[in-house]
Write a protein that binds this ligand. Structure first.
Ligand SMILES: [Zn+2]
Length: 193
């Protein structure tokens, strides 16, 4: 079962009570007790999570200590996506250049803000987890695992063919592995011919 995050549990209550002004003690009491029941952990700083959800545009601050969730007001966005403001900070920090190849607007590349630790692995929308990548390197990063698996598979097949002296299969694998090297894909996996 997926572990619930503190942000998710705060949003759960607001989403159950849409378009209602919810005073601070009500939400805090509920999330603290729910979080304890579900995770057996203590939710130490609900104020901080509520504040962050407001800053990220998920909650409307009605007045001091009163927040409101309005589904029509909140833009459809996943909890751990970077906000436009966060993206600007990350791009600026990285000098508006891809952190891998150093290319930027001057070279005509499209820059994207990437989660260093991916969202589906629990990566958070915090500045430290963001990096600037060009469209090509972002795509490569996303496909890294697949090409990695492919390269390892052809290396194993090449070795197996070598053991039984199957020259045709060896040549076939060698040709594919040379394509990996020619295109500089997964260079960290060393293949010895
Ligand atoms: Zn790049």
């Amino acid at each position: 079962m997926k572990k619930i995050t503190q942000k998710e549990i705060v949003m759960e209550y607001f989403k159950k009570n849409p378009k209602r002004d919810i005073p601070h003690p009500e939400i805090v009491d509920w999330v603290v007790s729910e979080y304890l029941t579900r995770t057996t952990n203590v939710f130490r700083d609900p104020d901080r999570q509520i504040r962050q959800l407001h800053q990220s545009g998920f909650l409307i601050k009605v007045k001091k200590g009163v927040y409101r969730f309005d589904p029509e007001f909140v833009q459809e966005r996943k909890l751990e996506d970077f906000t436009p403001e966060q993206k600007q900070i990350i791009l600026k920090r990285d000098g508006y250049r891809c952190v891998i190849c150093g290319k930027g607007k001057a070279e005509g590349v499209d820059l994207q803000v990437d989660h260093i630790k991916p969202k589906d692995k629990g990566g958070k929308a915090i500045i430290e987890n963001g990096q600037t990548l060009c469209a090509m390197h972002n795509f490569r990063k996303k496909n890294y695992k697949q090409t990695e698996t492919g390269k390892k598979m052809f290396i194993r097949l090449y070795e197996a063919a070598k053991n039984i002296n199957d020259i045709d299969t060896m040549n076939f694998c060698a040709e594919i592995l040379e394509v990996f090297e020619k295109n500089d894909i997964n260079g960290h996996i060393i293949w010895k011919k």
